[in-house]
Design a protein around this ligand. Sequence first.
Ligand code: ADP
Ligand code: MG
Length: 183
Amino acid sequence: PRGWIEVVVGSMFSGKTEELIRRLRRAEFARLQIQVFKPIIDKRYNEMAVTSHNLTTIDSLPIEDAEQIWEHLKPGTKVVGIDEGQFFSSNLVQVAQDLAERGLRVIIAGLDTDWQGKPFEPMPTLMAVAESVTKHHAVCVVCGAQASRTQRTSGGDGQVLVGTHDSYEARCRQHFKPAVDTP
Ligand code: ADP
Ligand code: MG
């Protein structure tokens, strides 16, 4: 069986989740059995579904650790979708590799950089080992250019702060600051 890994990256609001859902729906049209996982930490719109900022949605299973995919994986599954990959620890890389070795198509969406503009593991490593990498851009809320960065606008300086418009904005390189930038 021929498995592979696809990675979808970009800033917040760049359409990663929409793209993940689009690819999974197309797999369903091809009558391929899919399964979708997301980190339990992401409860922004719905605990049991992957939901874009546009509110398109697909059912998913919240898990704490990537290894739990093995407990839930059904024998007929051909395509595995994972959203918010950056919130998993580095063992997501091995799990994705093993799924692909077994012949599954693995699609992982996530942030390539954090709110300080630094590579957000494990996404950069996944980008390196994946067969396919797609980088999406949002629209800079300051100037309308292509946004590649996620500006934090509230909530302190930890690497992980789950939020939406309340704490983040899409910004281009010029308008991004690696510090909390209160409007
Ligand atoms: P991601 O998963 O990358 O955070 P989503 O797929 O959840 O992004 O949401 C993308 C949607 O976010 C867009 O289709 C658009 O409706 C909305 N959106 C809100 N703010 C912006 C922005 N600054 N630039 C682009 N899209 C935005
Ligand atoms: Mg998303």
